[in-house]
Design a protein around this ligand. Sequence first.
Ligand SMILES: Cc1cc2nc3c(=O)[nH]c(=O)nc-3n(C[C@H](O)[C@H](O)[C@H](O)COP(=O)(O)OP(=O)(O)OC[C@H]3O[C@@H](n4cnc5c(N)ncnc54)[C@H](O)[C@@H]3O)c2cc1C
Length: 460
Amino acid sequence: MQTIDYRPHVPVVRECDVLVIGGGPAGIGAAVGAAKTGARTVLVERYGFLGGNATASLVGPFMTSFSADGKTQLIRGVFDELVRRMEATGGAVHPSKVPAAVAKSAYMKHGHTGVTPFDPEAMKLASAELCLEHGVELLLHTSFIDPIVDAGAVRGAILHNKGGLQAILAGSSVDCSADADVAARAGVPFKQGRASDGLTQPMTMFFRVGNVDRAGVDAYFRAHPEEIEQRMAFSSCIRAAQANGDYTIPRERLSLYESPQEGVWRVNVSRILGVDGTKVEDLTRAEVEGRRQVMEIFRFLRGYVPGFAECTLIDTAAQVGVRETRRIDGEYTLTLEDLISGRDFEDTIAYCAYPIDIHDPKGAGGGISNKGETANAYQIPYRCLVPLGVEQLLVAGRCVSATHEALGAIRVMPPSFAMGEAAGTASALALQEGVPPRQVPIPWLRQTLAEHGAYLGPNV
Ligand SMILES: Cc1cc2nc3c(=O)[nH]c(=O)nc-3n(C[C@H](O)[C@H](O)[C@H](O)COP(=O)(O)OP(=O)(O)OC[C@H]3O[C@@H](n4cnc5c(N)ncnc54)[C@H](O)[C@@H]3O)c2cc1C
């Protein structure tokens, strides 16, 4: 490939203790966690608002933050603080009030007790206010370009915004870009896709519709209870449309979620296969194909799905939803077996219970728990956030160290908040202790997380 030599002098515009790259669920958790622990914290986000998939990609609800038996809220801390803030303005319903198998849980039973419906507009404001109130400095409209690496340690980042290229120096950084952009460019080894062929989960273009008649949808499920039991919601609608050539989407089950606003539903149905979220050509193709599918699905909803006959299209997501890209190689790689057995770790920083949810990279199938039942509550160890080979860097959210199968469960938003909070807190504590984040004293980290409201097991 032809290359050019380009070496600008970049002004150093800020210095901070903890630099967080990416303002999605993991980044919000990391920034608030670091700031609460006393670190001067800067959060960098390429868009003009925080939230990541929760806002830019219209993804929701927040999947379950409860144990599989629905008895214990496992994910609390920054996540719960944010949800309660949104709930106070009518922008969310607390997960303790959302049972399985109702409109707000997409008429799904398994893994769907205690989801959190929320309004993406409420999320944009509440997450920014939460960060600012905890003392986080926000840099929106700013893209991460490259890490500043010295002697194997990340010392800050080169960024780009309307002011041109700029540098920030930081004691420690947390990669919450979802794609491990910082880690990969710093030289951390990573994997992508499933072990057999490297393919990743498909992408989905979310959209929202208004004017849905919930009574009509409820009546449909009273007539078709077997679709709830068989995890095949709305499958008879799909079959009817397929018979007429009116449904060509490669997806055999609809996920339609009622939002907190009356008549407004999120549509998680489109499926874009064979695309790689680290390639801009694929992302470009996915945006166009996603919006083409949205129009087909919208016509199908009006024509075939009870309760949706008069629905209106509100919006499509600003960015296609990417389920999976790079996963770093960390000090520990979480496995499917760990999730099934509920394995205990000494350095656990989060408990979760969302099941394995892998959408078929090649076709219409896949989805919840197609790989075995996970434990009532399983654990994520701190070492999954600690990358191999590079210091002063932690990773949180969708790109942590896990197998393709394990990531299929922990990739959802509540665990991402919890992993982020742990990474931000650990970064701040390590700086206070004068050690690399890799060596942060684990009992101190766990005690601080618990003091800040995280759930770390029945005896903590
Ligand atoms: C189609 C789909 C459906 C899903 N359904 C659900 C669901 O119903 N419930 C649920 O809980 N989870 C769901 N998920 C999973 C969940 O949305 C993500 O895995 C989760 O958002 C991961 O959080 P994150 O913070 O790691 O990444 P993200 O939410 O992707 O946030 C990453 C942030 O980093 C920013 N960023 C990236 N690169 C740069 C850069 N170079 N410079 C500056 N900023 C950058 C992005 O703009 C973004 O704000 C779904 C995901 C998809 C794609």
